[in-house]
Design a protein around this ligand. Structure first.
Ligand code: NAP
Length: 440
C-alpha cells in the first residue's frame, strides 16, 4: 500500500526557508511542502534586506524560484501566523513545521534620547528603502547635514554607501522610487560610522569596506593615529585575516586625506561608544564615550565627545519577534531551540534559530543541517493521518484570507520588471498594489 504523503509547513519564505524546502523536497520526493510568508512576496532578506545596489547577491532568487515552482511545493504568501492562521492549527495540519522567520526587530541602543524623532533602527530604515509594505511610510528625516550610523557591521556600511552614492551610481540598483527621491533631495555633508570597538574588531568585510574608495563624491576620513601598526598574534585565524585586510583598506583611506573638494565625507570613528542622543524633539547630537579595546572588549575611558547628528541610524543587529504559541528565548531574541529542534515535529533554521549572523551561504549550511535532523526524526515516525494543506486551505477560505500563490508572485514579478525601464525592477511597495498585481 502507498504511504500517505508527509505534510510539511515552512513559515518564512526567505533563504533559510527556501533551502530547507529544497533539501527536504530532494530527499522526500512525495512530500507536500507549503511555504508560508507574511508578505505577498517571497525571498525574505534577498528582496527586503540585501542592498539594492548589490544585485549579484540577489541572483540567488532565481534558484529559490525554481524551488517554489517544483512539484509538491506551494507558496502561500500574505499569510501570517497569529493573523490568518495559528501555530496550533499548523501543528494539527502538518507532520513537520519549520520556522524560518528571520530576525526583523531592531536591537535597542538602551541610551537616553533613543526615542527622539529622526532616530531609526537599521531594520526600519532598510525595510523603508527596500519597499517592504509595513516599512514603506517611515519617511525618515534626511534633511540635515549630518548622519550618524552606529555599528561596524555590513548593514552599517550598506546604509552609508547608499547615502553616499550619486543618483547615477544608483541607476543600476533596484532602490525604490520613494527612497531614490529622498536620497536625491538630501543634502548630507557628513556621515559618521561609529564603532564601539576598534578597527581590528569591526565585523564588516573587506570587499564592502573597499567600495567607499570607488564613490565619486565621497571623501573617506580616517584618523591614521587610530589604526594599529599590525594585527596582534592572539587573534583567531579568521578574524586575524579579516582584520589585516580591513586595516590595509583603512590605511589607504587615511592617506587619501580629506579630499576637500568632495561634498560628502564619511568619517570612520572607532573606539567610540554611544552614551546619549541630544535634541529637543528630534535628534541633533550624538554623545560618545572614548573606549579602548582590551581582550576584544570595549573598555570605556570616561572621556566623552559630541558629534552633530541630525539623523541617527543604529545598525547594531536584530532580534526575532516571538510567534504566538511557540517557545521563545527572550534573552537571545530567537525561537527557543536545541540545534534546530523546538519540540517534537517543530523545527527552526536561520537567523531566528541562531541569531542574526552570517550571509546567505552560511544560512544554506544551517538549513541543510536542520533538514538532516528532520529526515532523521522522520525515519522513526508513524503515519499520522494529518491532512496538510487541504485542511489549511479550507480554514483560509472560511476566514476570507487572500493567499498569494507562486503564479501570483510571478505576476507581481512581471509587473515590477516591466516597470524597471533599465533598472532591474521597480518594486510595488503597497500591500494593495501587490495583491492587485497578484490577482490580475
Ligand atoms: P553585525 O555584523 O553583528 O554588526 C553589528 C555591529 O553593531 C557591531 O559592530 C557591534 O559591535 C555593534 N553594536 C552592537 N550593539 C551595539 C551597541 N549597543 N552600541 C554600539 N554598537 C553596537 O550585524 P549587521 O551589520 O546587522 O549584519 C548582520 C549579518 O548580515 C552579518 O553577518 C553581516 O555580515 C550580514 N550582512 C552581509 C552583507 C554583505 O555581505 N554585503 C550586508 C549586510 C549584512 P560589537 O562588535 O562591539 O558587538
Amino acid at each position: 500500500m502507498n504511504q500517505p504523503p508527509i505534510h510539511i509547513a515552512i513559515v518564512g519564505a526567505g533563504p533559510s526557508g527556501c533551502y530547507v524546502a529544497d533539501a527536504l523536497g530532494r530527499k522526500l520526493p512525495g512530500a507536500r511542502i507549503d511555504i508560508f510568508d507574511r508578505l505577498p512576496t517571497p525571498f525574505g532578506l534577498v528582496r527586503g534586506g540585501v542592498a539594492p545596489d548589490h544585485q549579484g547577491t540577489k541572483n540567488i532568487a532565481h534558484q529559490f524560484e525554481r524551488t517554489l515552482g517544483k512539484e509538491g511545493v506551494r507558496f502561500l504568501g500574505n499569510i501570517a501566523i497569529g493573523r490568518e492562521i495559528s501555530c496550533d492549527e499548523l501543528r494539527a495540519a502538518y507532520d513537520v513545521l519549520v520556522i524560518t522567520i528571520g530576525a526583523l526587530e531592531d536591537r535597542r541602543l538602551g541610551i537616553p534620547g533613543e526615542n527622539l524623532d529622526a532616530v531609526y533602527g537599521s531594520g526600519q530604515f532598510v525595510a523603508w528603502y527596500n519597499g517592504i509594505p509595513d516599512g514603506r511610510d517611515l519617511d525618515p528625516k534626511l534633511d540635515g547635514k549630518s548622519v550618524a550610523i552606529i555599528g561596524n557591521g555590513n548593514v552599517a556600511l550598506d546604509i552609508a554607501r547608499l547615502l553616499g552614492k550619486t543618483p547615477d551610481e544608483l541607476a543600476s540598483s533596484d532602490l525604490c522610487a520613494h527612497a531614490r527621491a529622498a536620497f536625491a533631495s538630501a543634502r548630507i555633508e557628513d556621515i559618521w560610522l561609529i564603532g564601539r570597538r576598534g578597527p581590528l574588531e569591526a565585523s564588516f568585510t573587506t570587499a564592502e569596506l573597499a567600495e567607499f574608495g570607488e564613490l565619486s563624491r565621497v571623501a573617506t576620513v580616517v584618523d591614521a593615529a587610530a589604526l594599529p601598526d599590525s594585527v596582534p598574534d592572539g587573534m583567531a585565524d579568521e578574524q586575524r585575516k579579516l582584520a589585516g585586510k580591513n586595516l590595509e583598506v583603512l590605511r589607504a583611506y587615511a592617506v587619501r586625506g580629506e579630499q576637500s573638494e568632495r561634498p560628502l565625507r564619511i568619517h570612520f570613528a572607532f573606539n567610540a561608544a554611544p552614551v546619549a542622543i541630544h535634541g529637543e524633539s528630534r535628534a541633533r547630537e550624538l554623545v560618545l564615550e572614548r573606549t579602548r579595546s582590551e581582550n576584544g572588549k570595549a573598555v570605556p575611558h570616561g572621556e566623552t565627545f559630541t558629534i552633530p547628528a541630525d539623523t541617527i541610524i543604529s545598525a547594531i543587529g536584530y532580534r526575532s519577534k516571538p510567534l504566538p504559541g511557540l517557545p521563545f528565548d527572550i534573552a537571545r531574541g530567537i525561537v527557543a531551540n536545541e540545534q534546530g529542534r523546538v519540540e517534537p515535529g517543530v523545527y527552526t533554521a536561520g537567523w531566528c534559530k541562531r541569531g542574526p549572523q552570517g550571509v546567505v551561504p552560511a544560512n544554506r549550511a544551517d538549513s541543510l543541517a536542520v533538514a538532516e535532523l528532520i529526515l532523521a526524526d522522520l525515519a522513526t515516525r508513524q503515519a499520522s493521518g494529518k491532512r496538510g494543506g487541504a485542511l489549511i486551505d479550507s480554514m483560509l477560505a472560511q476566514r476570507g484570507a487572500q493567499p498569494v500563490d507562486f503564479a501570483g508572485w510571478q505576476k507581481i514579478n512581471a509587473v515590477e520588471v516591466a516597470a524597471g525601464q533599465g533598472r532591474p525592477r521597480e518594486k510595488l511597495t503597497r500591500l494593495d498594489e501587490l495583491l492587485a498585481a497578484a490577482q490580475a
